[in-house]
Design a binder for this molecule. Structure first.
Ligand SMILES: O=P(O)(O)OC[C@H]1O[C@H](O[C@H]2O[C@H](CO)[C@@H](O)[C@H](O)[C@H]2O)[C@H](O)[C@@H](O)[C@@H]1O
Length: 253
């Protein structure tokens, strides 16, 4: 995050005019889909995919999904036709093309084994195996959150991995990238180059995306209640994001 002073006041809603000429970066969980009790409890409906497809066309291709999910999972969820940045900026893929990603490190397997050892006698604690990272979820058993965080921090130090905090979640992944670096990388090439970056997200991992969008002359839109943020605008919830994005879709007739 940059040194700018974060704001705790309620931010204004984004004007629809921001969508004109935008290069749009969309987070997934908590932004395009409401938070569900478990990672695989999320549903992506056909209507959302169709609306995003229309919006991408209206923006001449300048729409990317930038998520903490792996690209394999984003494709399974139905986003195969979109430009994707996965695993918090570590993976990239153009529609239908191979994923550009670092290999899965043995250290991530070691972390996964340690997470399983921690979770096995704690109902509600869940290990999420991802392509090049691993998550420890405690949404189903919040009382274990503090210990989960201590374990993740300790493992990160011992195994040379980065801790990525999330919503009721700690992930371990290789460092060296974040959603901000993903925005910079994508803005340097087609189809995202040339537009004004607009990053919409809800989680702490989206703050680097807000910062990068602002650095490049655009803005961030925070989804959810006020908090310390580098976003300039806010939308209350997922339904409001969808309503806002629909304003950018040009339909014949
Ligand atoms: O960058 P995002 O697209 O927001 O992804 C961040 C993480 O989202 C997922 O976990 C979160 O959503 C789950 C489903 O709603 C919820 O059960 C969990 O508590 C949240 O932390 C996903 O499972 C992670 O892999 C993503 O990194």
């Amino acid at each position: 995050m940059s040194d700018s002073t974060p704001s705790l006041t309620t931010l204004p809603a984004p004007p629809a005019s921001l969508l004109t000429g935008a290069s749009l970066f969309l987070d997934f969980d908590g932004t395009l889909a409401p938070i569900a009790p478990t990672p695989d409890g999320v549903i992506v409906d056909e209507e959302l995919l169709a609306m995003l497809g229309d919006l991408r066309d209206a923006l001449e291709g300048r729409l990317a999904i930038v998520s903490g999910r792996s690209i394999a999972t984003l494709r399974d969820l139905g986003f195969g036709g979109f430009l994707l940045a996965g695993t918090h900026g570590l993976e990239f893929a153009q529609p239908g093309e191979q994923v550009e990603a670092p290999p899965r490190r043995p250290a991530v397997d070691d972390a996964e084994a340690a997470f399983h050892a921690f979770a096995h006698d704690k109902p509600g604690v869940l290990v999420e195996r991802k392509s090049i990272s691993v998550g420890l979820h405690f949404r189903g058993a919040p009382q274990w959150g503090e210990q989960a965080g201590e374990l993740a921090t300790d493992l990160a130090e011992r195994l040379g991995l980065a801790v990525q905090p999330g919503k009721m979640l700690f992930e371990l992944r290789p460092g060296g990238a974040d959603k901000g670096s993903a925005v910079h990388a994508l803005m340097a090439r087609s189809p995202m180059a040339g537009g004004r970056p607009l990053f919409i997200g809800d989680d702490v991992t989206d703050e680097e995306g807000f910062a990068a969008a602002a650095e490049l002359g655009g803005a961030g839109i925070l989804v959810g209640p006020p908090r310390a943020t580098l976003a300039a605008f806010s939308l209350e919830q997922v339904a409001a994001v969808r309503h806002y994005l629909e304003k950018g879709v040009v339909r014949p007739g």
